[in-house]
Design a protein around this ligand. Sequence first.
Ligand code: M6R
Length: 596
Amino acid sequence: MCGIIGCVGRGDGTLETLVHGLSKLEYRGYDSAGVALTAAGRGVDICKCAGEIEDLRETLADRTLSGEVGVGHTRWSTHGPPTDENAHPHMDCTDDVAVVHNGIIENYQSIRDELTRAGHTFTSDTDTEVVPHLIEDALDDGADAEDAVRTAIARLEGSYAIAAVVAGQEAIFAARNDSPLVLGVGDDALYLASDVPAFRDHTDRVVYLDDGEFARLDGGWTVTQADGTVVEKTVDTVDWDPEETGKSGYDHYMLKEIHEQPRALRQCLRGRVDELGGTVDVGDLGDLSPTGVQFVACGTSYHAALYAAQLFQAAGVPAQAFLASEYASGVPPIGDALVVGITQSGETADTLSALREAHRRGARTMAVTNTVGSTAARECDHAFYIRAGPEIGVAATKTFASQLAASNLLALATAGGDARGIVPALRDLPGDVQALLDDSAAPAVAETYEDAAAYFFIGRGLNYPVALEGALKMKEITYKHAEGFAAGELKHGPLALVTENTPVFAVVTGDGEMARKTIGNVKEVEARNAPVVAVTDGASDVERYADHVLTLPETHPRAASVLANVQLQLVSYHVAARLGRSIDKPRNLAKSVTVE
Ligand code: M6R
């Protein structure tokens, strides 16, 4: 949530570099945006406004803003509504200091009261605004620019990634605590951002900052601890192309990312499954024979955790999935359990907090993540990468598919079980997803039900998390009421909601006991005149009771759930597109939620 960009060394191209970088970060927040520039011997110029990056571009068209050092920000509101005044950068009383910030400053109110008493004037509702005023005070006390920023940072409690520029200084000062920041090291210029896509067009060399570190970017770059001790940082190279963050002709990132699933799955599985031997190789993840596994995750990743826990249980390993935000309260002592955080971004505050709690209790921790160098990857004892490639759309799609595939690999490596059954299905999964994408009835289903009053999703076993995820996707991007239920629960209350205007999507795969019982639930809704959309591999006779069928290629039940989810992604996408929703940037949401 919130995106920060900074650059030094791009000369006249500084402003465009900042705005272009912000457009790449817009998935992190998009309710207001702004930039600040300065240069040697010059003051600080800022431009900011409520709205998206396009609105900022329009506002900039009427302004003359130049400078060779700059910072920018795209906001997802936490303190105060999205207005011009609350947009970042924020300035001090003299307009000599501009600050952008991601996170929450917990002690801002007491600092603000103190500064107000001392005569400072505030112009926004934000927690951030205390920072430039603290810097101003330190400058007044005679500190140089870097020391003034350090002095201000030392006062802050909470989570922050902060970047500041000071009038006339050809430098950016930055600090990180609990919010991501990464430096980009170009041949002639330096960059700073919340995430690599912001500057990936300019360089693939990156330096990830850790909590408590302070960076100075000018002609060169240095990273120090709060006390000034120099930290030797490694320069890493990212292994994906800038094109991977473009839309490649699709109307939306979400649609592009749905269509990237075959490739994402291939990448996830590459080199990790040995078809002949029916074995998997997940690399060195330490002792993979825990007495139990606890999964912690949020949103879509929590649905992946529910799926993963079932795989481990099936292999005889006690496993449970927890909502990360609920983990700290009421979870039994851990003992020898492995605690696995499933998180696409690796930066979700609730998940990081749960993993840290597990660590405090002595558990071994593992991050299952898409983001190399993310906080979760670095803080956990082990990291397992799902390799889905960058996901820009706020709605998680390809990363969910890859999380499910990765869960299969981990379950096989950790808990054992019948690898030969699932390994061929995993091998075929990318091709099966492609076949489904090439010939899906989802657009027609979306057209039929775009005006529905609500959408319900039901499934059992591995298809229960798929039902939950189908509903989350629907509500997230269409803004319409949608709920997912364990199919057996419908008759215990939710059935009262079912009418002829509420299509029920029933995920029914295989022809076993669970399929038969779910078909029983389908008959219950059919008897209440609700339209039924069966998502099925055709193994059972659920089609007889359905008004529409979304067909899945025949495969192993574990892979069938992945395929069923792709059909539901397409339905949600096409309903949202027909309703003209802001699909890639749904209202009120952000891709990476770095506050608890
Ligand atoms: O980055 P994470 O996987 O930790 O994110 C967790 C949730 O915020 C995320 O899955 C969210 O629910 C999705 N954007 C929904 O599509």
